[in-house]
Design a protein around this ligand. Structure first.
Ligand code: HEM
Length: 159
């Protein structure tokens, strides 16, 4: 009988918590050196980078560090963006610096993983811009965390 292959989560593929925390650490160091994004992030907490790594880890199928350990939720994440009045140039710079950080630390660069990563960042960052221009939080407390997977190209794990 043919054995069914177990599909790894994006969290496992990227290298787990250590890889995601390294990614956000290098990314926010770049953000603070960037003239367009510095004013947006200058007051972020010392935990910001780790919280974002926890959030992405959970969305990518990892442990529930954002909702359990950090006591966050999808709604609380969105609330951090409400009223920030982000725009397209800031979003584009945010994505560019994050992808630069990904290349710099050398996380998985296979086409399938990067497609899934960029897809998620495009989706999430565009929603962040929309929510940042809202006056109230459109997401209710108790709404489920988003989930992201490999999408249509599947993964190199199939090879
Ligand atoms: C996939 C896209 C995104 C995710 C997953 C995400 C995630 C998060 C999370 C989890 C927090 C809360 C951090 C904490 O609890 O300390 C946060 C806060 C924040 N995010 Fe995002 N974010 C995204 C996109 C963006 C973009 C595109 C921008 C701006 C260009 C942005 C600007 C901010 C700001 C200004 C805060 C608050 C910082 C502060 O507390 O001073 N986010 N984000």
């Amino acid at each position: 009988m043919e054995q069914k292959k177990t599909i790894p989560s994006l969290y496992e593929w990227v290298g787990g918590q250590a890889a995601l925390e390294k990614l956000t650490e290098v990314f926010y160091a770049k953000v603070l050196q960037d003239e367009l994004l510095y004013p947006v992030f200058k007051d972020m907490s010392a935990d910001h980078s780790r919280h974002v790594a926890h959030f992405i880890a959970e969305v990518f199928g990892g442990p529930k560090l954002y909702t359990a350990e950090d006591k966050g939720s999808h709604a609380s994440m969105v609330s951090h963006h409400v009223g920030r009045m982000l725009d397209e140039p800031k979003r584009k710079r945010w994505i560019a610096l994050l992808l630069e950080a990904a290349d710099e630390i050398g996380i998985a660069s296979d086409p399938e993983f990067r497609s899934a990563l960029v897809g998620y960042l495009e989706w999430g960052s565009r929603i962040a811009v929309i929510n940042s221009n809202a006056e109230t939080n459109p997401v209710e407390e108790g709404a489920p965390m988003p989930k992201w997977g490999w999408g249509e190209p599947g993964g190199p794990y199939e090879g």
